[in-house]
Design a protein around this ligand. Structure first.
Ligand SMILES: [Zn+2]
Length: 95
């Protein structure tokens, strides 16, 4: 059975949360007039780019290559592929 990586999915989830968190923090500081807010934008954008890269590379159907919807931290399967109708499982849920 072909599977997708749980580890890469979790890294993408953490990167997304970190990126959005830092972006909100940078916006708040920018609105308060803090000058070093621009320094926080760099890791925020970097985290979001890592997330987007992982989602486009790792979160794909292993049978046909179609992008899958959603990122799942602990759910055993990643859902059914819209194109080939195969159920896609994570590598840690298959023994
Ligand atoms: Zn597919």
């Amino acid at each position: 059975m072909k599977t997708i990586s749980r580890k890469k999915t979790r890294i993408a989830i953490v990167a997304m949360a970190l990126g959005f968190g830092l972006a909100v923090l940078a916006l708040l500081l920018q609105n308060l007039g803090v000058e070093f807010a621009i320094v926080i934008w760099c890791p925020a954008l970097l985290s979001l780019m890592v997330c987007a890269w992982l989602m486009s590379r790792a979160n794909r159907c292993p049978y046909c290559g179609t992008r899958l919807r959603g990122l799942h931290w602990s759910k055993p399967d990643a859902g059914v592929c819209e194109k080939c109708k195969e159920t896609v499982y994570y590598d840690d849920s298959v023994q």
